[in-house]
Structures are given as C-alpha cells and as structure tokens.
Design a protein around this ligand. Structure first.
Ligand code: GRF
Length: 193
C-alpha cells in the first residue's frame, strides 16, 4: 500500500510518520507529501528524507472542486492508495472524498465528538475538562465526524498551561497516529459499512 500525507504547516505529525515508516513501524510506502502552502515546514521535512513533494496553490484555481481535481490527478500519477491528513488546513470537496471513500485518515487533537474544529486543544482547556486527548478517524464530508479508528486520552493536570497541555497532546498524537496508520495499511481497520 502506498500513501500520501497532506500537511499545511509545521509537520510534527508528518515527522512522526516519516520516522515510523523508516523503522518499518508503518508497513506502507510514503510516496508523496502534498501541501497547499509553499512555505510549509512539512515540505522541508519531506525533502530532508527524500520523499517526493508536491505543492499546488489553491489560488490558481477557480473552485475547490477544480483544485481537488488537480490534486487527484497527481495522486493517481503517484499511485496513492490512501491519504493521511496531518494538519491539512483545507476542507476536501465531496468529489475528492468520494474518490477516496474510506481511505482518508485524519487526526484531531481532542476526544471526538467533543471539541471539533480548529482549536480543539484550546477549547477543551478553556472548558476546564479534566481529560482530553487525541482521535484518529476516517474523513467524511461532515468535518471531524467520521468513524473513529483510535483514541488516546490525556489527563489535564492542575498546573497545566495551554502550552504544557499542547505539548502532551502532540506527544500522544505522534505515538497514536503511526500506530493507527499501520493498522489501516495492514487491513486491520476498515471503514464501517
Ligand atoms: C495537530 O495538532 C493535528 O491534530 C491538527 O493539526 C495539528 C498539526 O500539527 N489537525 P503538525 O503540523 O502535525 O505539527
């Protein structure tokens, strides 16, 4: 199985995935790292590990669907079987999601279905929860709502600041995501019918 990672930013999860592929903890080929942001540090991480990169600028397209079609054409060229979103900050079109139905994974830095959205860690912290965590799930058209593949809880400590909680959440992400990707790649989890 071949996969692509989509990332728009720092690429901390991407790095954990690259390391796991190198150590054969993920038994699948990381064929492509795609970004919608030319300056994404994630692309530099991929280059450093000699993984092919691709950047397509959404501004060059008139609609999300047209942009996604250009991305899909490249995925076909690279023979990508499944997609791993790792801090990819764009919504995928329905067309895209249908093309890769049950084959797109995402990670969210909270225990879904709580604290959906782009500020999962901050929202959970501000709410005063005592336990939060991370969720790996399949992507469907509704945002942060697809079937759950794996979760790990992270306790909020009395002395936590947002920054200290964020650090532990990211650690949990970097542990859980490679495990979940490997399970999926080996056919141990499939999209529920
Ligand atoms: C992670 O917290 C992930 O859960 C969320 O976006 C963040 C991306 O961080 N979807 P990084 O670019 O992988 O470091």
């Amino acid at each position: 199985m071949n996969f692509a990672v989509f990332a728009s930013g720092y690429g901390g999860n991407l790095q954990a995935i690259i390391d796991a592929v190198k150590k054969k903890k993920i038994k699948a080929g990381l064929e492509l790292v795609f970004s919608d942001k030319a300056g994404a540090f994630a692309l530099k991480r991929a280059q450093k590990s000699k993984i092919p990169i691709l950047c397509i600028d959404p501004k060059d397209f008139s609609s999300r669907e047209e942009f996604d079609k250009a991305v899909l054409a490249q995925l076909e060229r690279h023979k990508v079987d499944f997609i791993v979103l790792a801090g990819y900050m764009r919504l995928l079109s329905g067309h895209f999601i249908r093309q890769y139905h049950g084959k797109i994974l995402n990670i969210h830095p909270a225990l879904l279905p709580s604290f959906k959205g782009v500020h999962g860690i901050r929202d959970a912290f501000a709410h005063g929860v005592k336990v939060t965590g991370v969720t790996v799930h399949f992507v469907i058209e509704d945002v942060d709502a697809g079937p759950i593949i794996a979760q790990e809880s992270v306790a909020v400590r009395p002395k936590d600041t947002l920054a200290s909680l964020e650090a532990r959440i990211h650690k949990a992400e970097h542990r859980l995501y490679p495990q979940a990707i490997d399970l999926f790649a080996r056919g141990k989890v499939i999209f529920p019918r």
